[in-house]
Design a protein around this ligand. Sequence first.
Ligand SMILES: Nc1ncnc2c1ncn2[C@@H]1O[C@H](COP(=O)(O)OP(=O)(O)OP(=O)(O)O)[C@@H](O)[C@H]1O
Ligand SMILES: [Mg+2]
Length: 493
Amino acid sequence: MTTFNSLGLSDPILKSLDTMGFEETTPIQEQTIPLGLAGKDVIGQAQTGTGKTAAFGIPMLEKINKGTKSVQGLIVAPTRELAIQVAEEMNRLGKGKGVRALPIYGGSNMERQIRSLKTNQIVVATPGRLLDHIRRKTIKLSHVHTAVLDEADEMLNMGFIDDIRDILKALPEERQTLLFSATMPKAIRDIATTLMNSPEEVKVKAKEMTVENIEQYYVEIPEKHKFDTLTRLLDIHDPALAIVFGRTKRRVDEVADGLQARGFSAEGIHGDLTQGKRMSTLNKFKQGRIEILVATDVAARGLDISDVSHVYNFDIPQDPESYVHRIGRTGRAGRKGESISFVTPREKDQLNLIEKITKKRVERLKVPSSEEAARGQQKVAVDKLVDTIGNTDLKHYSQSANELLEQYDASDLVAAALKMMTKERSEVPVRLSHVQPISVKNAQRDKNKGKGGKKNYRGGGKRNFNSKNKSRNRNFNGSKGKRGNFQKRNSSN
Ligand SMILES: Nc1ncnc2c1ncn2[C@@H]1O[C@H](COP(=O)(O)OP(=O)(O)OP(=O)(O)O)[C@@H](O)[C@H]1O
Ligand SMILES: [Mg+2]
């Protein structure tokens, strides 16, 4: 066990960590914070949800000179939501020292950003908006001593590489560059090293690329049965919060609408929505006001929402890296999670490729029948009832209960109560537009075709964004997740 204390951090930073409830370092933090503090360039690779943000954030904050009122630390992230989230985490980490991070991203007020830029020493930006500021000379980067590419492999992928080169060119040559991600294909690592100054490569040793606290399943299923299977699985699993990934924006809209029509609390998020809509949907999801987020890959990377218990790959992802990031939205910070990928018969090769690259076998799950789904829904009601017996003072109801028992059969009474509590699904038919199955060959060809081209991440574009649940009893904050070993003391996400 390594404590933050033993890394020689300053009191203000230790104070923030204490407030955040971080007690021990995670392995990537233990290995990269000393390198970061020593001014080394670092390529850091560690599994999803294992605290990479603090791994690069803490050394950056330690090196901010409070007396200099200019941008000294720059973090670049691929999506607006992630830029905002990373800025929030940096603000928590920097609170003790009084250092603030400003998120800058497209779709928000540029003038306001320009005013705030004068008072913040750390900027967390998406590449497009940052370049706008650089070109308009509305950001001063001559004092930046630390630059971080979060989700580095994504940032150095074909869609972003030119922007990243331009951004790095605008920074002082004398600087520290840190790259972090859960995945780092070799070709990208090679590009990365050309942008850095003899980097130290830290790869947290793990047998598999995915975290072991995610139970990974797949169902083999023809395209036309996917939607009904999804609703059955949702009824059986009764997730605290779930993310359903679809391949395209249209797909996301159709699945979200379909789920709503069947009475689920679901909304979609993708790159064609306004920034305001994206934020409000994500916030509702974080607060548990919607239970199912249907998303393109725009939500695949970095997002840290602790109560996500299930990830469904309604469409199998284009590449194994995307799979790793998508399922990594659950099972964070030591919690448990489950992922279920839908594989059409022609997509079995793609699943095999994912298993090979991630070095993890994905287990087959039987497609549930409608009877099983109905039993699943009933079980939710039964659990609620049993939970109420255990945790509520029922004195108030005992007189009515006794009167009813004199008139009716006990089993009829319980059955009636269960029926009232069971959410019976509407059977409205839901039809989705046809999508092409992914084959390893096609995925490869699409990848090559896109080389050098611009991948429109901001707009989404081509790169779009079980019943074994240990405890079905949701407590009031909606959490069903089990606590793992590097939990915060007072987790308040
Ligand atoms: N040492 C720690 N102790 C307890 N909780 C921590 C610690 N470090 C980070 N966390 C928490 O763990 C969660 C995941 O951290 P973070 O988002 O940085 O993961 P990540 O490695 O960047 O994941 P991804 O690859 O998905 O981006 C966050 O809620 C964070 O606050
Ligand atoms: Mg991250």
